[in-house]
Ligand binder design. Sequence first.
Ligand SMILES: [Zn+2]
Length: 182
Amino acid sequence: MSSWVERREELQAIARETDKACRLVCFPFALGVAFTFGALILIPKTWTYDMAFWVVPHEARHVRQYRWFGLGIHPWVGLIPFLLTYFLLPIPLLLAWPRYRLELDACFHSWVARAAYRENPATPSQLQQIALSSAARVSGGSYLYSVPAPWARWGYTRKVDEAYRIGRVRLLASYRGTPRGY
Ligand SMILES: [Zn+2]
């Protein structure tokens, strides 16, 4: 299957709807994850277009968050404050509330995108499943056990309905001739 890189411009345009500074970068190693560093969204070269497509709204939201930490000036201005807050506060393990909260915000943004996806919009129960697996990830080892699992499950699932409603409004708006990139 072909790499997402062949359609980089298209994906980059979607990312830039969230923050105009987003830049998609091809990560040469076969890492199992994509990640965001300042304005750069690093996606493994081995990923297909579909795999990349679903992480772009999430990662683009992180770029937006870097910008917030940079007082709205630019994502790079927020780099150090973002990373310190994300990894260390108030303590790195089990009470890393900002890490949990920033991930939830990025996930929320991607659920909205899934509910607004014209080809095959997600249903509330599909979003609920996605939320549960995201909650398991964010409270697990790959996110350095940000918060206890029951806390993450509660916090994630209670936001699903709101994301669905916003996505639905966006989807209907797209049928009225104001299409979005996703
Ligand atoms: Zn994330």
